[in-house]
Design a protein around this ligand. Sequence first.
Ligand code: ADP
Ligand code: ZN
Length: 599
Amino acid sequence: MIATLKKYFGFDSFRPMQKEVVTHVMQGKDALVLMPTGGGKSICYQLPALLAEGTTLVISPLISLMKDQVDALRANGIEAAAMNSSNTDTSNLLIRRACMEHRLKLLYISPERLMMDAEKWLQHIDISLIAVDEAHCISQWGHDFRPEYTQLGILHELFPQVPILALTATADKITRSDIIEQLKLKDPKVFVASFDRPNLSLTVKRGYQTREKHRVILNFISRHPGESGIIYCLSRNNTEHVAAMLRLHGISSAIYHAGLSNELREKAQNDFINDRVQVVCATIAFGMGIDKSNVRWIIHYNMPKSIENYYQEIGRAGRDGLPSDTLLFYSAADYIMLKKFAEESGQRESNLEKLRRMEQYAEADVCRRRILLNYFGENIASDCHNCDVCQNPPQRFDGTIIVQKALSAVARTDEQVAMGTVIDILRGSFSPEVREKNYDRLKTFGVGRDIPGRDWYDYMLQMLQLGYFEIAYNDNNHLKLTTSGKDVLYGRSKAQLVTIVREEVLPKKRGRKQKVTTQTAFIPKANASDLFDALRALRKRLAEEEMMPAYIVMSDKVLHNLVLARPTTLEAFGNVSGIGEYKKRKYGQAFVELIQQFE
Ligand code: ADP
Ligand code: ZN
């Protein structure tokens, strides 16, 4: 097993759980594998495919995913193909022949195609294993239900001798048992890997308004020069605004949302995959179909509606295991909108509960990773030291007077104003509503001038979370005081607020961009980052020649390994982790020559 792993993929050892899964399916048994994104699910069926006689069928829901996987396998010298609605009759014929002649190790196939052909030629080839990727798609309880998947229940009947391996990155307990039931898995073993992704840093920023968000985003991206990232937004409008803002600052970015034509969406995706744009500003619809391993950062421009969504989206960063950064903005406006969605949704109770858990995460004052993993039923023994709470634990102070000022403004308007107007009153701003309703005559008008508006948004959100007021969604989002709010207002109890820490925005650098990335730990030698850049340029050239995404030619991780090992012989090149025999033969010469120039 290890020899084959090394030969084809260039890896020296297994990731957690891979060996156990491979051993299990090699014994012809069924299994369900739960592994986080980037955990290494593919090896679980690709290695058995190489070790066994015949062809392994891989059922996958998306054409783009199939293509990516097939490209990556071929780049390692493994015979693989995909069969789906985008194929011509001729290519299908060639694939069929390759299967009959035992030449194809892996066949990726759409569920529709599989059902069409299951009782035809597929009966006459030697199938070693059936892998059902993204298996949660079979369940109505999951978040990506695909009706085509429900027919897969008949697989065991059609191919009684073939083991079935179901794999997914997201499945709660109900979805798990649903997958097993619907696929009619026989006495399956369930493998659950840890969902921890220690290479992802976690940061949340509360209560920022648009302009400050944009400044922080630019600052953040300047710390990731040339590195790919995704900005998730709640609305199409936001994706467009953010992308325009980035372009204005010379950062190439594409947009992706459900309102665009298929063509435009595909172009955005391809430009991103092939490193022609650095950033994609997307609604949640983006990402499912891509395997890009060198996404280095994720920003949530708005708060997602559940921890499942959030974890899946940040999971798209750092699949290669290298340090990657995630940043979540969390504002009162998002909260109001999401709450309204949840209130009006079909499954009101459960959606509100999911949102509540998401808020608790955003408001955390203990290690954020602990909260996330705990949500997925896992406990870790110690704090992670890679989240903002671990690094800068929130400080609290007696904020009673601040809270009283705000709540008194609410009370004096007879609870007839929304949050923005409360802040206008506190700040003494003559907004149209303030003028019209004569709020400038209130005693509280201008009492909060000493605190900037952006900080008021933060404090108001804290007060909301502390339960001092509620938002009446059915009454123009007006604020209504609660009993505990009144207790503070009338001096019956005190209020603790969290000290606001604003991020220092780096002054703009002139001339050559300076690299300040989290990856410096991986680049120990003096001219290492130049070497890395040179390797990256070579990779890009090779990728363009082959019309292939750069990360398929070689992942960022492999490039870093090359910088560390600096192989100047073909032999040494082949020993670098992530270089299999095929890539050694194909690319070794070019890379070794380049490295020699640096030595
Ligand atoms: P998943 O499908 O679970 O999201 P992948 O199968 O795409 O994950 O693997 C994620 C990354 O981990 C890939 O870049 C892959 O090359 C790498 N990887 C997988 N298994 C190993 C291993 N045993 N050693 C080193 N890297 C691995
Ligand atoms: Zn932590």
